[in-house]
Design a protein around this ligand. Sequence first.
Ligand code: MRU
Length: 374
Amino acid sequence: MKLNGVATRSVWLEPDGWSVGIIDQTLLPWQVVRLQLLSAADAAHVIASMQTRGAPLIGAVAAYGLALALRADASDDNLASAYDMLLAARPTAVNLRWALDDVSAFVRQHSRSDRVEAAYRRAAAICDEDVAINEAIGRHGLPLIEAIATRKAPGEPVNILTHCNAGWLATVDLGTATAPIYTAHDGGIPVHVFVDETRPRNQGASLTAFELGQHGVPHTVIADNAGGHLMQHGQVDMVIVGTDRTTGRGDVCNKIGTYLKALAARDNGVPFYVGLPSPTIDFALDDGVAEIPIEQRSAIEVTAMSGRTPDGRIGTVTIVPDGSPAANPAFDVTPARLVTGLITERGVIEASREALERTFPDHASRRHKREAAE
Ligand code: MRU
């Protein structure tokens, strides 16, 4: 996607050929600051602090984190301790473990002297694969938007509601939930996006609105609580969200608040789609509500808000009375029965174990191998 008119990925290898670049997403949309990661500890830190975030992107950054670790020390012990440190950075998105397992298995096939080069090669391939997956999600999601567009008056936009940021900034490029939107927009179909602000960290207001604006996609930021009302009044044609982990039976874990949008969508007959790249499927799990670990983040993300003051300063204000406690579960689970369809890189499928295993037999069998090894 374009950042100030220049095609930019969310993670890259610096010109020195070994350090890793990211955009500090905690400073967007006010400042575009690039960070240089020099070690696995740097990678773990930016994932935990959410300077880099989004399920596919934290997998890609963690993959480079292992390469940085091996560059310092290519031993098995160092590989294992870097793996543990990176895995502990965030608990919910399964892409993190997927990428760490993938790079670890790949480098273990190589002699110690070849491991660094192998890790960088595999991390770069994970990034390129992510982009290809998202392009395919865009292609498969496009007909869903086209079908709605044909029922509209000429020039009238298809109204799509999205939650959090499952866009370019949450992936290496293009995004998952946003891929069909960008594909439709670029193909000349009028689209308009309702962007949930996504409290408490406001990834919708600060990141999704930013990247849609950079790409020229018409959008309107709404308070998280507005979606149900808009759906009741026929102003939302479809919902497309991302996912941090989707279980083998199709339960979808995504940013807190997604479940409420799925309930409102079901009550109002609005189709609810999920952009699902295959590394986000966890075939080892079945019941998402019971089994997916939900990240509990700091209460301060709820009690305080950051933004730009009228005089241009970036500041943080407290919005609750002194002493009021706050809770901050960061994700929730939308049961498969509320999902109209999963937009995957291999097509749009039903949210069910049968459909997921039929579409991704190669991934499902990897799960069985892992279970046998455990
Ligand atoms: O806590 P975040 O900002 O990492 O959460 C991101 C989301 O919930 C996204 O919707 C999800 O990672 C899908 S990204 C393509």
